[in-house]
Design a protein around this ligand. Sequence first.
Ligand SMILES: N[C@@H](CCC(=O)N[C@@H](CS)C(=O)NCC(=O)O)C(=O)O
Length: 219
Amino acid sequence: MSKDHQITLFYSPQTRATGVRVLLEELKVPYDLHVLNMKTGEQRQPAYLAINPLGKVPAVRVGETLITEQGAIYLYLADLFPEVGLAPALSDPDRGAYLRWLFIYGSCFEPAVVDRFMKREPGSLNETPYASYESLIDMLDDALKTGAYLLGDRFTAADLLWGIALRWTTTFGLVEARPAFQAYMARIDDRASIQKVSAEDVAMAAEHEAAAALLKAAS
Ligand SMILES: N[C@@H](CCC(=O)N[C@@H](CS)C(=O)NCC(=O)O)C(=O)O
């Protein structure tokens, strides 16, 4: 267990790394931010490619353990601090639904949303990893109609992943803002952790834009 080790989050504002920072705030643990300016391409420099050869954030280092991919990071961090209660334990009957939602996110939801964003024909029900966009979104809608959170009354790390993702996908018109989604997003947005990180992201993103503009002007 590497819980006592230093936690470093490789980060860019207003990206998929934002949710991981929110999770760390919810866990109330100290962490270092290693900020990458994507506007100047720092994520594609050799130093960061040594952390994640795909050049994507988030990545997290806990002691000597390096983790990439949102689902894996949420799973690891929430399990590392069980006392906070953001992850059902292995013996808890809710563990199955929790893992399911964490994995559906990366295995089904993101591919479905990216197909829509790229205006790609997704293929038949048995060709896609997510059956159809409609069935996936209906499944999410059904879950959120019956409870405040994905696991009913219980708030977990999976809700941070999904709540934040629904916010950006509905904002970009990739997912329709159904009433259950709106109520869910409002509940998640209300959390102090999100408000703090979002406000800091706005300032950091503006700094990154300015640095990129300076670089461009100098070249
Ligand atoms: N599969 C990755 C995707 C991460 C990802 O797409 N991150 C974007 C930011 S939202 C990124 O790092 N883009 C930088 C680039 O491609 O240059 C995950 O789920 O963690």
